[in-house]
Design a protein around this ligand. Structure first.
Ligand code: AP5
Ligand code: MG
Length: 223
C-alpha cells in the first residue's frame, strides 16, 4: 500500500503516520524528519536546510526528490510506504509520478487531512516530541500517561521544533496554501484523492483513516 498524507502544518500527518506505520508495518517517509536529521547531524544539506526551514519556506525540489528517490528504493519500502510531507509542490508530484511509473508502482490513496487554519497555530505551538524515539505529544491534546515519561520508550527528554514559532507557522501555512494545495485538484483528477476531517479527535481521525484504507469511506471519495 502506497499512500500520501496531505494537509497543512499541524493537520496531524506525523501523528497519524506513526499509527499507520505500527498498524500496517510499512514505513513513514517524512521529508521533514529527514531534513531535521540532517540538521542535527550538521551536514552541508542540514546547514542549508535549516535556514530555509526556519523561514518556513520549501527546500528545493531537486534535493527533496533525490532524498525520496533514494529512500523509496530501500528494502523496507518493498511492501509500501506512507508519504508524510511529500510531495509539496507540483514539480515534486510530477517527479513522484515518474519515480513510481519507473518502478511499476502506483498510489493507492492520497488522503487530504482537512483542518481549519486558525486551530493549527495552537496545535503546533503546543507540540513536543520524545528526543529518544520521536513519539509526538501536545501540551493539551496528547499528554503522556505519566507526566515527563514517554509512553512509547520510557524516555524523559523531550524537544520542541525550531520552526514551531508562531511567525514561522504563519509562513508555513501560507506556503501550504500557495504551493501545496494545488496538488488537491491534481490528485482529484487522478481519482485517488480522499478527504477526512482532521479537526476531529486523534482517535477519531485514526478511525476515519482506517475506514478509507478498508475501502469503506466511499462518502469521503472526492473524485
Ligand atoms: P514538516 O516536518 O513536514 O512539517 P509540516 O508539514 O509543516 O507539518 P507538521 O509536522 O508541522 O504537522 P503534522 O501534520 O505532522 O502535525 P502533527 O501530527 O505533528 O516540514 C517542516 C519543514 O521542512 C517545511 O516547512 C520545509 O521547510 C521542509 N520540508 C519538509 N518537506 C518538504 C518538501 N517535501 N519539500 C520542501 N521542503 C520540505 O500534529 C501537530 C500537533 O497537534 C501535535 O502536537 C499533535 O499531538 C497534535 N495533534 C495531532 N492531531 C491532532 C488532533 N486530531 N486533535 C488535536 N491535536 C492533534
Ligand atoms: Mg509532521
Amino acid at each position: 500500500m502506497n499512500l500520501i498524507l496531505l494537509g497543512p502544518p499541524g493537520a496531524g500527518k506525523g501523528t497519524q503516520a506513526r499509527r499507520l506505520m505500527e498498524a500496517h508495518g510499512i514505513p513513514q517517509l517524512s521529508t521533514g524528519d529527514m531534513l531535521r536529521a540532517a540538521v542535527a547531524a550538521g551536514t552541508e544539506l542540514g546547514k542549508m536546510a535549516k535556514e530555509v526551514m526556519d523561514r518556513g519556506d520549501l527546500v528545493s525540489d531537486e534535493i527533496i526528490v533525490g532524498m525520496i528517490a533514494e529512500r523509496i528504493g530501500e528494502p523496507d519500502c518493498a511492501n509500501g510506504f506512507i508519504l508524510d510531507g511529500f510531495p509539496r509542490s507540483e514539480a515534486q508530484a510530477a517527479a513522484l509520478d515518474a519515480m513510481l511509473a519507473e518502478s511499476g508502482l502506483a498510489l493507492d490513496h492520497v488522503i487530504e487531512m482537512k483542518a481549519v487554519a486558525a486551530a493549527l497555530v495552537e496545535r503546533i505551538a503546543g507540540r513536543y516530541t520524545c528526543a529518544d524515539c520521536g513519539a509526538g505529544y501536545h501540551d493539551r491534546f496528547q499528554t503522556p500517561r505519566v507526566e515527563g515519561v514517554c509512553d512509547d520508550c520510557g524516555g524523559a527528554t523531550f524537544e520542541r521544533r525550531a520552526d514551531d514559532s508562531e511567525a514561522t507557522v504563519r509562513s508555513r501555512l501560507a506556503v501550504y496554501h500557495d504551493q501545496t494545495s494545488p496538488l488537491l485538484p491534481y490528485y482529484r483528477a487522478k481519482g485517488v484523492l480522499r478527504e477526512i476531517d482532521g479537526m476531529a479527535g486523534i482517535d477519531d481521525v485514526t478511525a476515519q483513516l482506517d475506514a478509507v484504507l478498508a475501502g469503506e469511506n466511499q462518502a469521503g471519495r472526492n473524485d
